[in-house]
Design a protein around this ligand. Structure first.
Ligand code: PLP
Length: 443
């Protein structure tokens, strides 16, 4: 029995002992083809020599310096690079240790900005159902996944949730895409008005919904409409790109494809690409300027804020992304993987939808295609797919989302951007086999 509190308290997962390129190896010598980048993290693949060397140099030079005493060269260089490459004036950077911490930090930055702008009554965030923003209490409160929230409900702040932009489930038969988008925006506006516009601090959303719904991109114009509503009522637009950012969707920031400038962006996962636990918040210049001219401090901080080795790793990741043109590769390989998935599963009787952007792709499983009926939650089909895939040496990231108040199943694919065409072909053929096996068990 392991002394670690694992996710499952009844089952200790296999022991990973090594990883290289597209593969992770366990203690039995079995190789797993990493088609999910862990949880959409490993964008460069494993053991990239440039990142390893940067980390080794930094550990030897300066492993740690508390941010209350010092800044460090890698943290300054990373922030400068992120600021230079970010859209618009998103050039104020706060470095943390992961995605949830980034979301919490963005929430606090937004709140302090409101207070110092003489708008202390603004304290409500609006977010969306079927979203995931992290597992710490503030981030969990923003998230709209009912089963994740349910046991912790008394600990969570009150967050009104509106419908996600989830065309496959949300757009009624015969409804045009524009009408569907307009209806979502009307719902958001009604929620702002109901909460009292002067009380609402911000709206939070993932550009492309990741784990909770399975790579769901927005409809055209959705985020432009959201931005307009935020401007109309004085809300901050907080975009969570922890999963979909850092090149995964084929542009460094997924929101760039929407032609919209958010006020705050949360990053994690691909920022460190798995080499170090690191996240970041990017804020528009005027937000931090307000604090600088006001109290002169951001009332926040953690022991590992702006950790030098984490920053060195993340900076090296940025260098590899640019030097090996991996963001472009994510777009190209993503198109290829999408075409392969459509060819393999487009007519599959239990595949209702295939979607996503770049190398963040999702397959939604249904009992029958016409009525889009999900599988019974008790079957835990997503868990069976994961196990069948692992048995075939394939890592995919299946999840049970919430569909119409019940659990539904989808499979998330998020391979490293270095995947070759041969890797993509292997991913699809192993997935076909794993899905057939899992479905045979589901009856
Ligand atoms: N936001 C999104 C969109 C995520 O997908 C995740 C993690 O899956 C998080 C936030 C939380 O990140 P972390 O697990 O690093 O705390």
């Amino acid at each position: 029995m392991s002394h670690i509190i694992h996710r499952s308290l009844r089952h200790t997962p296999a022991l990973a002992v090594g990883a290289r390129g597209m593969h992770v190896f366990d203690s039995d010598g079995k190789a797993y083809l990493d088609a999910s980048g862990g949880a959409a993290v490993s964008s460069l693949g494993h053991a990239h020599p440039h990142v390893l060397a940067a980390m080794q140099r930094q550990i030897a030079q300066l492993a740690y310096a508390h941010n209350g005493f010092f800044s460090s060269a890698p943290a300054e260089a990373l922030a400068e690079r992120l600021a230079a490459d970010a859209p618009g004036d998103l050039d104020a950077v706060y470095l943390v240790s992961g995605g949830s911490e980034a979301v919490e930090t963005a929430m606090k930055l937004a709140r302090q900005y409101a207070v110092e702008s003489g708008q202390g009554e603004r304290g409500v965030f609006i977010a969306r159902r079927q979203s995931y923003h992290g597992n710490t209490l503030g981030a969990l409160a923003l998230g709209g996944n009912a089963w994740r929230r349910q046991p912790f409900a008394p600990l969570l702040i009150d967050v009104p949730h509106v419908a996600p932009c989830y065309e496959y489930r949300g757009r009624a038969p015969g409804q045009s895409q524009d009408d569907y988008t307009a209806a979502l925006l009307a719902e958001l506006e009604a929620a702002i008005v109901a909460a009292g516009p002067h009380r609402v601090l911000g709206f939070c959303a993932e550009t492309v919904v990741g784990a909770t719904a399975g790579a769901v991109p927005p409809t055209p114009g959705y985020f432009k409409g959201v931005r307009a509503l935020c401007d109309k009522y004085g809300l901050l637009l907080m975009i969570d790109e922890v999963m979909c950012g850092m090149g995964r969707c084929g542009s460094l920031y997924a929101i760039e494809q929407e032609g919209v400038l958010p006020d705050l962006v949360a990053l994690g996962k691909g920022l460190g690409a798995g080499y170090q636990p690191v996240g970041a918040v990017l804020a528009r210049r005027h937000i931090v300027a307000r604090l600088r001219e006001g109290s002169g401090a951001f009332q926040h901080g953690h022991t590992y804020t702006a950790h030098p080795v984490a920053a060195a790793a993340a900076l090296a990741v940025q260098e590899v992304l640019a030097g090996e043109r991996l963001v472009e590769a994510a777009a190209q390989r993503g198109a290829s993987l999408m075409a392969r998935l459509r060819a393999a599963f487009g007519a599959h009787p239990h595949v209702g939808d295939i979607r996503g952007r770049g190398l963040l792709l999702g397959i939604e499983l249904v009992r029958e295609r016409d009525g889009k009926q999900p599988f019974e939650p008790e079957l835990k089909l997503h868990a069976a797919v994961k196990e069948c895939a692992l048995a075939r040496g394939l890592m995919v990231y299946p999840m049970g989302g919430t569909v119409d108040g019940r659990r539904g199943d989808h499979i998330l694919l998020a391979p490293p951007f270095i995947a070759s065409e041969a890797d993509l072909s292997e991913i699809v053929s192993r997935l076909e086999d794993a899905l057939a096996n899992a479905l045979a068990g589901a009856g």
